[in-house]
Design a protein around this ligand. Structure first.
Ligand code: SAH
Length: 338
């Protein structure tokens, strides 16, 4: 069976022509798959019955399955998606109150090899990269399951997107073109692969960038994020300034507040110094426990003080809500366990 989500529009046109159909059928199929997000051929009412039957014999829309689905009390939905080879990865639908945004948090790899010490995905090691269509399949699964149209995509699920660079760029192009999601509404989150951040700036459409900074002290960062040994804070900063200059956009800095380690007044000052000349927003993420109790959650008081210290120096700061914490769908908790 051929999964139609694998094909670009050109490829699908050839495919339907090979089946003896007119080229324009591909556009019709595309619209059913991406705009209307139907899950079976019988719902494609402007496609004649004969062709639908032929399609059923040789093709499917997606070759992925929902292995598990959990709905959080705050409305966040987490899906465990099984790919055709049996591997699984998670994606999450997030809704934010008072906004019309519907965000899909997608995975770019099965597992991850960056080894961040506080992250559940890292603990399970690396399995493989996801193909562009496997990234799209996650979004389409959410759309099919809810009947809603995704408006924003964030690469903040499992994996390091910049370690699967070509596939992620191809997926971004298709998300933009086929799902009609503006490039500003597509965000890549990276632990800081500096050369790839520079390379990203050469794309025709450059996505929004979020950096998992988490600490602005090199020695401490090295303890929790091995990537600091390869691309240290200085080098990372150069790539961020390059991104801002080249694109005119701001970057978002994600900062996990770990109790007693990254949430101190001293660390807040180091962060202020580090971002002194950088156009950025800061998103503070209270550490979400992942089962091993090496790290602590920050106290409410320490979160407040940390935020205040940044704001009093003119920085733009938000604290990320712990969405989906009750279903292990909060930041860093995606491990794909079954
Ligand atoms: N590899 C990419 C994409 C993962 S995004 C990256 O590093 O950005 C997932 C986000 O959740 C990252 O910012 C990650 O550092 C953060 N995270 C990981 N474990 C966490 C935890 N236990 N608590 C809070 N945030 C965590």
């Amino acid at each position: 069976m051929d999964a139609l989500v694998k094909f670009s529009l050109d490829e699908l046109e050839k495919y339907v022509e090979n089946m003896g159909e007119k080229k324009f059928r591909a556009k019709q199929l595309f619209s059913w798959i991406y705009s209307k997000s139907v899950s079976n051929f019988d719902l494609m009412s402007d496609i004649n019955k004969d062709f639908r039957e032929k399609l059923k014999n040789c093709a499917v829309i997606l070759d992925t399955k929902i292995k598990k689905k959990q709905v959080s009390s705050d409305g966040t939905i987490k899906y465990l998606i099984e790919f055709s080879d049996g591997n699984c990865a998670e994606c999450v639908l997030m809704r934010f109150d008072n906004r019309s945004n519907l965000s899909a948090c997608v995975s770019s790899q099965v597992g991850c090899y960056m080894g961040c010490d506080f992250c559940a995905t890292a603990k399970r090691g690396f399995v493989r990269n996801l193909e562009p269509y496997e990234i799209l399949s996650q979004i389409l699964t959410i759309q099919q399951d809810t009947g809603l149209k995704i408006t924003n995509v964030v690469f903040m699920g499992q994996g390091e997107p910049l370690n699967n660079y070509d596939n992620v760029c191809e997926a971004i192009e298709r998300i933009n073109k086929y799902l009609n999601i503006g490039i500003r509404r597509i965000t890549i989150s990276t632990c800081g692969i500096a050369p790839k951040i520079k390379q990203l700036c050469e794309m025709e459409l450059v996505p929004t960038l979020a950096i998992s900074l988490h600490c602005a002290d090199s020695n401490t960062r090295r303890q929790i994020m091995p990537v600091e040994n390869k691309y240290n804070l200085d080098e990372l900063k150069k790539s961020l300034i390059y991104y801002c200059d080249k694109t005119g956009k701001r970057v978002t800095l994600e900062y996990v507040l770990i109790g007693g380690l990254t949430d101190t007044k001293e660390m807040a000052q180091k962060l202020c110094d580090y971002i002194n000349d950088l156009k950025c927003n800061i998103n503070l993420i209270p550490y979400n426990p992942i089962g091993v109790d090496k790290y602590k959650k920050p106290t409410k008081k320490d979160i407040m003080i940390f935020k205040y210290l940044l704001e009093s120096q003119g920085k733009k700061v938000t604290v990320r809500l712990e969405r989906g914490a009750d279903i292990d769908a909060a930041c860093g908790q995606l491990a794909g366990k079954i």
